[in-house]
Unconditional design. Structure first.
Length: 502
């Protein structure tokens, strides 16, 4: 039969797992309605690919910085920044394309003169527009189909903007420092000399030729934006959104702004910060916001700054609406391991894209720690920065795991009337069984399984499968159940379940 496409629902958190209820029968005897037992959520550490890009030599002068990745029409498009010592600011925004994420083409764009020639892949330098992130806007006119943001500090003296050159910036800093030492109030210092951080925008028809918008998208005031700030368009709500560096009690955090237009954005709101489960020396450095392929869940891969070791690794956060965020566990989903060595800092950049039969998330990897120390600081050994992929099989960011034996039920899911597919892996001797039941009730009553689709009817599942069809005594067709709200009951042992699709 021709199957209707089913959207896998990843198990990233406890939502969707029925917590169970307590009840009493007519004689006063207590009982429990399908409580989860023997299960836990575990993040699934990525494996790192080989290096797919390094900066141009000399390695002690040049380095790579943050990048952006889009998957369009079967090809990967990458915008990346390389710092050079040759001319202008040295920060050059460049472009490359690839069909597999490892072999890259560097087209001659003819847009920017570098070392006496425009035969290069350079889009612009950071003085013109320093692309922090970009996205494709499905609602925009063709000439504004691509949108990008950058952060820029605007200098002010006595309320008037002044040139953004290095000398003026140093003068303003000296004035502020002197006034602070002489006891001036913060508002008096700001009135005399200040640096206001602004989020600016640009639009493009092709992602290569950019028009910078005159009016800032957002004025962040005195809060610095010295990180990879991420912008995106939420097709679910029809709003633009940006995830920026924020601060809470001197802790680096993530805040969100945006609106229905590309500009005139509302005040920021804090959406992700450290909590009581984190170590006391940790901050959230960057967000790496992106969408989960298929299910379109909101994801972040925030870099966690460990201040005392001066190292930075990556964890996972998820959200249903892009506002309320949580991390599955306070542990790395991408570690600092680097073949025969260890990185000092790693940063993930959008987006999570198909890479063969896996998902790939681009990584910027530094051998240096945040404080400048670390391994391989001699340029003769290897470059200090490089690009790799973090790789997972589809939907395998988090596992609902039964290390020994477990059972649980899920809240109701609308049956599409096709089949039930599971993404799972069992260990040696492990197995999974699943039954279909009526939705849980309140007040509590026993979950009633559907005839012919119970746990005991299920043919045992084992092995390693990204999309395995469930059968009950040889039967898999759910056409008769189309449009019904069903609960899934699981019994599993030595197994990891990653997603379900029904």
């Amino acid at each position: 039969m021709n199957e209707t496409p089913l959207v896998p629902q990843p198990l990233l958190d406890w939502f969707g797992i029925w917590p169970g209820q307590a009840g009493r029968d007519e004689k006063g005897h207590a009982w429990l309605q399908d409580p989860p037992r023997g299960i836990r959520l575990r993040v699934q550490p990525a494996r790192k690919s080989e290096v797919f890009m390094r900066p141009q030599p000399p390695w002690d002068k040049n380095r790579l910085s943050h990048m952006m990745m889009l998957s369009e029409e079967g090809r990967l498009r990458m915008w990346y920044e390389e710092t050079t010592s040759n001319e202008h600011s040295g920060h050059l925004i460049q472009y490359a394309e690839s069909s597999d994420g490892f072999d890259w083409d560097f087209p001659e764009l003819g847009l920017y003169q570098h070392q006496g020639s425009t035969a290069n892949n350079i889009i612009c330098d950071a003085e013109y527009f320093n692309i922090h992130s970009l996205f494709r806007d499905p609602t925009a006119a063709p000439q504004e189909r691509y949108k990008a943001i950058e952060a820029r500090g605007q200098l002010y003296r006595r309320g008037q903007s002044v040139p953004n050159d290095r000398q003026t910036k140093m003068e303003i800093r000296e004035v502020r420092k002197a006034m602070q030492l002489n006891g001036y109030a913060p508002e008096e210092i700001d009135a005399e000399a200040s640096i206001r951080h602004q989020l600016r925008g640009a639009v493009s028809a092709d992602g290569l030729r950019w028009k910078v918008l005159e009016k800032p998208l957002y004025d962040a005031g005195h809060t610095q934006l010295d990180t990879q700030n991420i912008a995106a368009y939420d097709e679910d709500t029809g709003e633009y959104m940006a995830f920026l560096r924020g601060n809470l009690e001197r802790r680096r955090s993530v805040r969100r702004t945006g609106g229905t237009q590309f500009g005139n954005w509302h005040p920021t709101r804090l959406v992700l910060t450290v909590g009581a489960h984190d170590a006391p020396d940790e901050d959230i450095y960057t967000s790496c916001y992106c969408r989960c392929p298929g299910s379109r869940r909101h994801l972040m891969f925030p870099t966690i700054y460990h201040r005392l070791s001066s190292t930075l690794d990556i964890q996972l956060a998820s959200s249903r609406d892009g506002w309320l965020w949580h991390r599955t566990r306070p542990e790395p989903i991408i570690t600092l391991d680097a073949d025969d060595a260890e990185y000092g800092a790693i940063y993930a950049s959008p987006n999570l894209v198909p890479l063969g039969d896996e998902w790939g998330l681009p990584l910027l990897c530094y051998y240096q720690r945040h404080d400048g120390g670390g391994a391989f600081l001699s340029s003769a050994e290897r470059p200090l920065s490089e690009y790799r992929w973090a790789l997972w099989k589809p939907d395998r960011l988090v596992a609902l795991e039964a290390p020994v034996e477990g059972q649980f039920s899920m809240v109701e899911r609308l049956c599409q009337g096709v089949v039930l597919r599971l993404n799972f892996k069992t260990e040696q001797g492990g197995w999974i069984k699943v039954g279909l039941a009526h939705r849980p009730t309140t007040p509590a009553s026993p979950l009633e399984e559907l005839e012919g689709f119970g746990l005991e009817d299920c043919e045992v599942l084992d092995g390693d499968h990204v999309s395995r069809v469930v059968t009950w005594k040889g039967r898999s067709d759910l056409a008769a159940l189309k449009g019904r709200d069903l609960s899934l009951r699981f019994h599993l042992a030595r197994a990891r379940l990653f997603s379900v699709a029904i």
